[in-house]
Design a protein. Structure first.
Length: 269
């Protein structure tokens, strides 16, 4: 059921007195607030994720990260209506990267409402080896264009906690600072990839009220941490917009492309 309470929580987390999406509708990416994991406490692993196996493949690599996603929105989900999700594993691809062995898993989600298929999501997950001391960070990516919209966000521990609560996410990298530093070799708490993606879509909707999003895809390029502010940026283009998130050094941490219906949004004229 697409209930209203999580959407009120999302609006508050985005610092919105009034939600930017049409009344009575679930916003783009708002479906992440439903179909939440319900693993029993005894089935939670040391990192806060459910033990491997079950639906996802039992990959032996210890680190699991959200690498990106692609979405096609067919019609809005209405608040209060029943919704269902069908999930399938599309691919499991091992690779050897600069930082060691990796496995890429792509999961396809189909979310339906009484009106039919509402959206299709391809969720890209990457499994990696444990961090190595002195491991070099990835080379910075250049911003895709000059930003016409931007918003500074302070991803403090309260913001991360509220988003974890909204999505019932127990992964310790988002709230356990000692675990981040001592086990994952991170300088601070990690900003959720889906939260960053949601902030990018929110930026677009702030600048293009009433736009109808028909497609979205994003790629996580490097992690963001609570120890520094981040900046979400965007620029219109024909049919939608380019969006990206910058870390405190001005390096691109996430890149995204958004599509909207003809005649809607900043660049869709």
């Amino acid at each position: 059921m697409a209930t209203i309470a999580p959407l009120h929580g999302l609006a508050a987390t985005l610092d919105r007195e009034t939600p930017p999406w049409p009344a009575g509708q679930v916003p783009p990416l708002g479906h992440w607030l439903y179909f939440l994991p319900r693993a029993l406490q005894r089935d939670i692993a040391h990192d806060g994720h459910p033990h491997k196996g079950g639906f996802l493949p039992p990959v032996e690599l210890p680190r699991r990260m959200w690498a990106g996603g692609r979405f096609t929105f067919h019609h809005p989900i209405r608040v209060g209506e029943p919704i269902s999700r069908r999930s399938t594993i599309e691919s499991v691809v091992p690779k050897q990267g600069r930082s060691g062995q990796m496995v890429f898993v792509t999961v396809r989600h189909e979310v339906s409402s009484p009106q039919g298929l509402a959206l299709v999501e391809h969720h890209d997950i990457v499994y990696r080896e444990a961090p190595r001391k002195g491991e070099e960070p990835p080379a910075p990516a250049a911003a895709p264009t000059v930003a016409q919209w931007q918003r500074r966000v302070v991803p403090d521990i309260v913001l991360l906690f509220r988003y974890s609560a909204l999505t019932f996410n127990g992964h310790r990298i988002h709230y356990d600072r000692d675990y981040c530093r001592e086990v994952e070799n991170y300088p601070g708490l990690v900003v959720h990839g889906p939260l960053t993606a949601t902030l990018l879509v929110d930026l677009f909707l702030r600048e293009n009220p009433g736009a109808v999003v028909s497609g979205f895809r994003f790629r996580a390029l490097k992690p963001l941490f609570d120890v520094h502010p981040l900046t979400v940026c965007g620029a219109p283009r024909p049919g939608g917009a380019l969006l990206w998130a910058l870390d405190h050094q001005g390096q691109v941490a996430m890149s995204a492309e958004l599509e909207c219906k003809t005649g809607q949004g900043g660049g869709a004229q």
